[in-house]
Design a protein around this ligand. Sequence first.
Ligand SMILES: [Cu+2]
Length: 512
Amino acid sequence: MTRLTRRCVVFGLAGTAIGLSAAKAGAQPVNGISADFIERFGSGILEVPPKVVRRVNAASLPANHRVLESYRAAINAMRLLPQSDARNWTRIAQVHDEHCAHRNWYTWPWHRAFLTSFERVCRQMSDDDEFRLPYWDWSANRQIPATFSQQNHNGAPNPLFHPRGAQPTDALPDTVVGPSVMSSIIGEPDFEAFMSARPSGQDSTDPKWQRVGSTQGPLESNPHNTIHPWIGGDMATFVSPLDPIFWLHHANLDRIWDRWNRIGNANTSSALWRDFRFNQFVNPGRFSPIGTPWQPRVSDLLDIEALGYFYIRRPSLIDMALIANARILPKIDWRRVLRTTSEVSGERSATTREALAIPLRGLAPIAQLTEQVLRPMAAAEGGDQKQPVTSPTVTLAGRVTAIVEAEPPANAPPPQVRVFLNCDYLSPETPAVDPHYVGSFSFFMAGHGGHSSSDESVRVALDLTRTLLALQDAGRLPKDQLVLQLQPVAIGRGQEAAPIKVRGVEIETAVS
Ligand SMILES: [Cu+2]
């Protein structure tokens, strides 16, 4: 199939059609455009700013919708490119393998750049200027989008199909993507708690910090880390972008960051974050069929319309309603945080059959927490006046966060770890709506050995404040000792979860 591009070219060449056949690898430009011209202007710096087109929900697309057809055409074309071409399907997955930021505050900007670069390649390869990645809203649609599970499409192999562990009828549980998970993510007032944290000790924008693990926030540690192994197959590995669903999973994570910004949460002003540069991406450009480097700083990635897409243009009223009753946590003044550590004697294991109970020693007595942390305050006292969204009028005086450091099993699929406080009837079946429930996490990109000493484990921040409130409401707040419980549950179907190792728990108590 040969198609002529419909694009018109600027720089005084308007109206000249360039016969770059996107479907043919390494095709030579024609129509009088010299190789010289391509070499000079193919660096990406002169790329015409993209049109701004909406990234749409995959659930709203019939199987033969143009967005999906362009995606199929792009995948087929990228798989045919030689390995020497930076736009080759496997080469792009290797970029993730070798460079992806995970477990720190670069996770979401790095993936935003990765998706943007990929989306541009897709536009070029499908010859569809309107193409934007669809997203998979896994909270609303718990199964993998049906078109991605069909082996054939219109009598030919469907390039969106990929071998996976999850079956087409499997549905993600509430502990991963349910309403309470999503409202606590979108209602998180603190930047590093939402984004995942700055690597401890980071003092420069040296590229080495890109992959230094730090404390993960709930968006990364739970839906992100759990859905990867839940889908299984290549999605459970470093080369997860080999599965076409990867890009829809990450478009949804990118969308949640955008929603969090649009309801009034600002990104950090830290230069260590904003000035950090990513050096791994290609910009296919208009005139270069081979891909040229695109090296954005984080600050180049914060205006998504400048990158050519949007999800929603207004603050989401639905999100604002969602957090109206959920944004109860104050913004933290980090200078006033008390840290205590609850050592785990040696390294201890948690298994499906035997949850691990960790007494939170050194924490203030319950009566004092009730008085100093769970005390409601008017937003004028505890809230941030500069935030445009202040619909809730009450926040708490403080918050308590547990940071769990845990290591996944070495040679077995990682389990989901469900976390509870003082639940004396805890079992693998205890649901997320239980008042003792704290949150869940899993282990994507940890435990495979590799890039730094912290690579074997994850550090996960879990907010205890809401659970303390729920226990108070239910009359179940313990009188003396708080005990954190870790309950591993197999992610795959019908498996027993392999044991995880727990290294320790830190508690941060912030009081205004
Ligand atoms: Cu990912």
